[in-house]
Design a protein around this ligand. Structure first.
Ligand code: ACO
Length: 340
């Protein structure tokens, strides 16, 4: 390839060819939580919209961030009529890798039979899937990779404590994985239309997982090492504003109205945050899926889980504009507008 070709890549489009998801077998209902801490089904449903969540079981069933990711990707490949051998890039968005090393993506790629391809993990907490989506689209549009996958997989319940000291986070999180498979196309109108990615590390303490005593913000409590710490009210306020700002920013960049978007595929953190965004933009219920009731907040998995559910229900069509929107620890927030 000569220098001119490197600098001026062909304008390629990117199609989403398949999707899949995987959920742990274990269920934890609000009634189960009532037995473990001072809370109630009524309080949880009213404040979050959550009825139950799935919880992984590493020892008994061998479930993990990796195994859930592998299953989701195998299902996505099957729905695309492909095998792992067709892939040349796998990204795994996660904040709960099974181990610090190796990256989850390397083992996921190997276990779907992808061979010696590019594979790495993407952070970004609940925003990880959207950040990975934008990174992947940028690389595919240049023709660098032709067939690729993004997996969102998380098992944050391992960093959650089911007692009164953590009742604000224990009610929120669940485990799961989702995956999308992509391929380049000569039709440059398909794929990424607009994107936004932001962060504000000065608010890191609103959502973090301390690994060392030095990590604590404020009072040190060694019994809470490796446990999610969250300032729920601050995150809630940030999320309501950010979701709406992000949607505005992305619509403006694309020069379109909210009514032009067929589906807003949003991170599921709290049903009230989603309904505030719906009210602000006049988005009808059937254009913003809310499935948090069944799964809780599944971190990087929540966006692809929504995509898969919409696809299974026949609610996504070729040519549709869809907007992926997420926010998370960091703090991070991002969007990705696609023409399917
Ligand atoms: N059951 C019963 N009462 C509870 C519970 C519970 N599980 N948790 C907290 N409370 C109590 C509080 O102690 C407080 O009592 P007080 O008034 O006596 O102090 C009262 O309920 C109200 O607490 P708030 O924190 O004001 O409740 P709020 O309505 O804000 O709901 C919640 C709390 C659900 C955590 C909400 O703040 C929220 O959803 N925040 C956003 C969280 C979020 O989205 N996090 C994920 C980010 S994504 C990522 O990257 C992982």
């Amino acid at each position: 390839m000569n220098a001119a070709q490197t600098l001026q890549p062909p304008p390629l489009g990117v199609r989403i060819l398949g999707c899949g998801s995987a959920l742990p077998v274990g269920r934890l209902t609000n009634v189960d939580l009532e037995k473990l801490m001072d809370t109630s089904d009524e309080w949880i449903v009213q404040r979050t919209g959550i009825h139950e969540r799935r919880v992984f079981d590493r020892e008994g069933r061998g479930e993990s961030t990796r195994t859930l990711g592998v299953t989701a990707l195998k299902r996505a490949l099957a729905s695309a009529g492909m095998t792992g051998a067709d892939l040349d890039l796998v990204l795994v968005a996660t904040m709960t890798p099974d181990m610090m090393c190796p990256p989850v993506a390397c083992r996921v790629a190997a276990e779907v039979g992808a061979g010696h391809i590019a594979a790495w993990d993407v952070g970004g907490a609940c925003c990880g899937f959207v950040f990975a989506l934008n990174s992947l689209a940028a690389q595919m549009r240049t023709g660098l990779y032709k067939t690729a996958a993004v997996v969102g997989s998380d098992t944050l319940t391992q960093h959650t404590r089911y007692d009164n000291s953590c009742r604000d986070t224990a009610i929120l999180f669940g485990d799961g994985a989702g995956a999308l498979v992509f391929q380049t196309t000569d039709d440059a109108s398909r794929g990424l239309v607009a994107q936004a990615m932001h962060s504000d590390g000065s608010c890191w303490q609103d959502l973090y997982v301390p690994q060392h005593v030095q990590d604590f913000y404020g009072e040190v409590d060694e019994s809470l090492l490796s446990t999610v710490r969250m300032n729920g009210r601050a995150v809630f306020k940030f999320a309501v504003k950010t979701f709406q700002d992000l949607i505005c920013e992305t619509l403006d960049m694309a020069g379109i109205q909210a009514s032009d978007v067929a589906q807003f595929i949003c991170h599921q953190s709290n049903a009230r945050i989603l309904s505030a965004a719906r009210d602000r933009f006049g988005i009808p219920e059937d254009r913003m899926l809310v499935n948090i009731g069944k799964y809780g907040n599944t971190v990087a998995a929540s966006v692809p889980l929504c995509y898969d559910e919409l696809m299974q229900a026949g609610r996504l069509h070729e040519g549709d504009l869809v907007m992926f929107v997420a926010f998370g620890g960091g703090l991070t927030w991002g969007s990705s507008l696609w023409r399917l």
